[in-house]
Design a protein around this ligand. Structure first.
Ligand SMILES: O=C(O)/C=C/C(=O)CC(=O)CC(=O)O
Ligand SMILES: [Ca+2]
Ligand SMILES: [Mg+2]
Length: 399
């Protein structure tokens, strides 16, 4: 049944009271006034307007063009605001806007961006393709969550077109590199974690500190130009092959909404150093069911519960050297791939390195949901993007 009023939430809607993700939106009558919204079914609750109408002390955190002020306010405030929002859901209908009548914006100002490599299935598959003949997993892989620093300034909100990147490519058999549009443009289905509470330098975040620092979770597509990447990445890792654009969903799901989806990570095959040892910590895995479609056709259903390294371990690792955390720091899980052939999170793996990769005009959409309390579902929204031709206008066939 379509939702004619915010009060008619359809049974089983994944954007019910158990989810309540945050975003930043504008309405056509006030395009210059981005503010905090909360998704409820097919509607966006204007949290700033509802807070003002209810005399909430948190109104100033919500009448903002990004989530950063709310994110910086810390976990007790996140809990208080979420509890208040639940009481506003049956308030004035004037505070709700149909989702298809609003514009959604990049929900937070990104500070630093790190991308990890936490799926054993993905890392092994990619290792076999990129480094045939070598051990697929490097000797450090089971001892630390491998990551690299990405480009914060090119993170874009879902719905933004992605211009096919250009750069140097050189296949092993080529005599010299050539310059041009990437011919092996790929996706990476990932889950992102948004830091709210900062941490000063030289105070590493423990596994238990994860909940106090991470505000919420979103979906990520780490677009990857495999030809550029394969030629440039030795020895310092990914650079221009990934820095042209990274798409994130418009909705940030509060960590608390995923409590019922917590699950034990895969069994650890190697003893971990104390700061990463999660054998006695609360279950660090999260049961998120991702689905990847290209031009409307499902190509994969990657299970996030299969990730070897957890988001809590990644945060502990990121800060163990004394590095500080800022509000808006953002880290992505790494490509989510499961053990089955229909659970792989990128075309490199789905096509065993042979392609085809993305063609101009292709639309890639990643969605996900998690089990919520009492048999409900918690939707994570979607991250979508369309490939548009390289800036030099050269046509690129499906390749
Ligand atoms: O060289 C490799 O093994 C591959 C590296 C990546 O593609 C990096 C990356 O983005 C990792 C990930 O998403 O899991
Ligand atoms: Ca990645
Ligand atoms: Mg990227």
């Amino acid at each position: 049944m379509p939702q004619h009023s915010p009060r008619d939430l359809p049974e089983g809607d994944p954007f019910g009271a158990a989810a309540l993700p945050y975003g930043i939106f504008t309405t056509p009558d006030a395009p210059d006034r981005p503010r905090v919204g909360v998704r409820y079914g097919a509607y966006v609750l204007d949290a700033a307007a509802a807070a003002a109408a209810h005399g909430s002390p948190h109104a100033p955190l919500l009448a903002r063009p990004t989530l950063n002020a709310l994110m910086a306010a810390g976990r007790p405030t996140w809990q208080a605001v979420r509890a208040e929002i639940r009481t506003w859901l049956d308030g004035s209908e004037d505070h709700f806007h149909p989702l298809d009548e609003v514009t959604l914006h990049l929900p937070f100002e990104v500070a630093d961006y790190v991308d990890f490599y936490a799926s054993e299935h993905h890392a092994s598959n990619v290792g076999r393709i990129f480094r045939p003949g070598a051990e697929p997993l490097t000797p450090n892989w089971k001892h630390l969550p491998i990551g690299y620093h990405g480009r914060a300034g090119t993170i874009v909100v879902s719905g933004t077109d992605v211009v096919r990147p250009q750069g140097q490519r050189k296949a092993p058999a080529d005599e010299a590199p050539t310059f041009g549009p990437s011919l092996r443009l790929d996706i990476e289905a990932e889950v992102g974690f948004v830091v709210g509470t900062p941490a000063p330098e030289n105070t590493p975040v423990t596994l238990d500190g994860f909940r106090d620092h991470v505000f919420g979770v979103c979906l990520v597509n780490d677009w990857s130009a495999r030809d550029i990447q394969a030629w440039e990445y030795v020895p310092l890792g990914p650079f221009l092959g990934k820095s042209f654009a990274t798409s994130v969903s418009a909705w940030i799901t509060p960590l608390e909404a995923l409590d019922a989806a917590r699950t034990a990570p895969p069994e650890r095959t190697h003893a971990l150093l104390p700061y990463l040892d999660d054998s006695t910590a609360e279950p660090g895995g999260i049961d998120l069911r991702l689905e990847v479609t290209i031009n409307g056709e499902v190509v994969s259903r990657p299970p996030f519960s299969a990730m070897y390294w957890t988001a809590a371990q990644q945060l502990a690792h990121m800060t163990v050297n004394g590095a500080s955390l800022r509000t808006g720091d953002f880290y992505a899980s790494g490509t989510v791939s499961g053990p089955e052939p229909d659970q792989l999170g990128c075309l490199l793996e789905l096509t065993a390195g042979k392609g085809p990769y993305l063609a101009d005009g292709d639309v890639v959409t990643i969605t996900a949901w998690a089990p919520g309390p009492d048999g409900t579902r918690v939707g994570l929204g979607e991250v979508t993007g369309r490939i548009v031709p390289a800036r030099d206008g050269s046509g690129t066939e499906r390749c």
